[in-house]
Design a protein around this ligand. Structure first.
Ligand code: FAD
Length: 505
């Protein structure tokens, strides 16, 4: 079906980069269509370590531009989405035989002072013999450095950018693949395939933000014979039963020069990752290998007095970094910086390819894309995202911390663990989710853990959730807590559009 609709820009890919670009451009006044073939954040953007960080170890690779931009961006993103972003202190134990203490201290001094740190506390030296951070560690570790970075719910960061793009006028679609694109006059004719069938639209410019699939889009939809720009680097994580009691995180150095994080996760767990290995398969099929599992368990066993074993693993996940192939020999040395390549001129309509990047720098990447778009099809608007909160984040950092208490006071009929979770996931939008609720029964049918039809419906109506997997593994992480049977019941209820769910309430 040809709708004939014409857009200024069509963005391919609903990961953090595509959603951030669509939001930025829509807010400047461009007409935008964002097409994601599966679900928002179903690619790399939900498989990250979930840190908003400068990247301490990139200093060793002299990536000062990237590290500085990322450091500055930490507090910007914290203020824009204080419900899904939280500060975290990282303990870096000094390991005799690895990097010397003076080098760690110097690196952290640079990290503290390279830019942008206003609210986050500075680095301090920790005596592990007396500090609670030392309790879970082996007695050999006596000294550590503790520094600040932030944690973010990566999949929610993506969907909130999509939500805001739509609120600002973008046509935002998941379940919609770009299958073909060819020049058509001074723009592009693009074929989209979605649940409702095939559709053809026009756009003056294409932005290829397909992450690990950037080259596939070039070869497939655009019919290029040759496209080898992306270096796929696999990173895997294991989630184990809580390995230590305090709320801080660890950054452990490994004898191969790499580092491994151990981070408190979803209350009852510890997230351990990541690895760095070249990958040449289909990105969706990536899965942790036995060797990577052994590597991660061994890395933490070097430090923790009571390290987790294989039996403590409750979940694993793996993703591929879509890095720009700069010819580095080792996967861990390939640049983490983003690269934008604009193809236009000689009668061809403009195409911009996005390579690399990090969650942390997605907003700056989107601003850089907007400059390229302005050059190619004409400027609209001005940079605007630095001070514009994401949906649900329109409150101060202090108010975000108090929101769970305020919600609990207004809804004494609900368990405080639920109001706390809703405040953390939805920020001020939690009020909208709970509108009209005066008794627990108003939330409708339960699907395990504390998930109810009210929340599921909210996610279907306002966040494009279509399946149990969207709800359990991306919009929330309740998949860690519900059974397979409960997940299937949720899938059935969502497929039925809610009639069966309401009837069973
Ligand atoms: P993706 O999220 O993969 O999005 C691309 C999307 O394009 C996909 O959803 C895909 O379905 C869609 N698509 C593909 N083809 C088509 C098509 N034909 N039509 C429509 N849609 C299509 N960064 C940080 O800042 N902090 C971290 O702690 C961190 N940790 C990481 C740990 C690991 C293990 C990995 C792998 C990465 C980590 N990163 C981190 C980096 C960050 O996750 C990525 O840079 C970022 O998610 C890439 O986003 P993207 O939008 O480019 O790609």
């Amino acid at each position: 079906m040809a709708t004939g609709a014409t857009f200024d820009v069509l963005v391919i890919g609903g990961g953090i980069n595509g959603c951030g670009i669509a939001r930025d451009l829509a807010g400047r006044g461009y007409s935008v269509l964002l097409a994601e073939k599966d679900d928002f954040a179903s690619g790399t953007s939900s498989w990250s370590t979930k840190l908003i960080h400068g990247g301490l170890r990139y200093l060793e690779h002299y990536e000062f531009r990237l590290v500085r931009e990322a450091l500055v961006e930490r507090e910007v993103l914290w203020a824009l989405a204080p419900h899904i972003v939280r500060p975290l202190r990282f303990v870096l134990p000094h390991h005799r035989g690895l990097r010397p203490a003076w080098l760690l201290r110097l690196g952290l001094f640079v990290y503290d002072h390279l830019g942008g740190r206003k609210r986050l506390p500075a680095t301090r030296t920790v005596d592990l013999r007396s500090d609670s951070a030392g309790e879970p560690l082996k007695a050999d570790y006596v000294r550590a450095f503790e520094y600040s970075d932030l944690w973010v719910d990566d999949a929610r960061l993506v969907v909130l950018n999509a939500r805001d793009a739509a609120d600002r006028g973008a046509d935002v679609r998941n379940g919609t693949a770009v299958t073909a694109a060819g020049p058509d006059g001074d723009g592009w004719s693009i074929t989209l395939r979605g649940a409702a069938g095939t559709e053809t639209v026009r756009a003056r410019m294409l932005v290829n933000a397909a992450g690990p699939w950037v080259d596939d889009v070039l070869r497939g939809a655009l019919g290029r014979n040759e496209a080898r720009h992306v270096r796929l680097v696999q990173g895997s994580h294991i989630v184990v039963r809580r390995a230590f009691d305090h709320d801080g995180a660890y950054i452990f150095q490994n004898s191969d020069g790499r580092i491994v994080f151990a981070i408190p996760y979803e209350g009852e767990f510890t997230l351990i990752g990541t690895t760095d290995r070249d990958y040449d398969g289909e990105p969706h099929d990536v899965a942790i290998t036995e060797e990577e599992t052994d590597y991660l368990l061994a890395a933490v066993a070097d430090y923790l007095a009571q390290p987790p074993g294989r039996d403590d693993i409750v979940w694993t996940y793996s993703g591929v970094r879509p890095l720009f192939d700069d010819g580095a020999s080792k996967a861990q040395e390939a640049t983490r910086d983003y690269v934008l390549t604009l193809e236009d001129g000689r009668g061809r309509p403009p195409l911009l390819n996005v390579f690399g990047g990090k969650l942390t720098t997605y907003r700056r990447l989107a601003e850089a894309v907007a400059v390229k778009v302005a050059g190619a099809i004409g400027a609209k608007g001005r940079p605007w995202t630095e001070g514009a909160p994401l949906p649900g984040g329109d409150l101060t950092i202090e108010a975000a911390a108090d929101l769970a208490g305020t919600l609990a006071e207004a809804h004494p009929e609900l368990p405080s663990a639920l109001t706390e979770r809703l405040a953390r996931l939805y920020g001020t939008r939690a009020w909208q989710l709970l509108e009209g609720v005066s008794r627990a029964g108003d939330l409708g049918r339960g699907f395990g853990a504390d998930l109810t039809w009210r929340e599921v419906r909210f996610l279907m109506d306002t966040e494009w959730a279509r399946t149990a997997e969207d709800v359990l593994w991306r919009r929330t992480k309740l998949g860690l807590f519900v059974s397979g049977e409960e997940a299937r019941a949720l899938d059935d209820a969502m497929a039925g559009g809610g009639d069966r769910a309401s009837a069973a309430a």
